[in-house]
Design a protein around this ligand. Structure first.
Ligand code: ZN
Length: 84
């Protein structure tokens, strides 16, 4: 198992390690449980998931490296366009 910057790969499946800010549970999320939104600025680039422990909707900013990791791991990506 390789752990690097919050991403873990076990066999064929990629799991993303995250911590819930509400209940502080340490959780592992498959790519399908995460959503990534890429906006025109850092403020609008974030990833989100629902905590399986407490059900909280968690949203965290995603830097360039996290974006790379998530997209490389097959997380569904939504590209937000600044001109709506
Ligand atoms: Zn939680």
């Amino acid at each position: 198992m390789t752990v690097m910057s919050g991403i873990a790969a076990r066999g064929e499946s990629v799991l993303f390690m995250a911590a819930c800010p509400d209940c502080r549970a340490r959780i592992e999320l498959a790519a399908g449980a995460l959503r990534l939104a890429i906006g025109g600025s850092r403020r609008t680039t974030f990833y989100s998931f629902t905590c399986p422990e407490c059900g909280a909707a968690v949203r965290k900013p995603a830097g360039e490296r996290i974006v790379e990791l998530l997209t490389g791991g097959g997380v569904r990506t939504l590209r937000l366009h600044s001109a709506l």
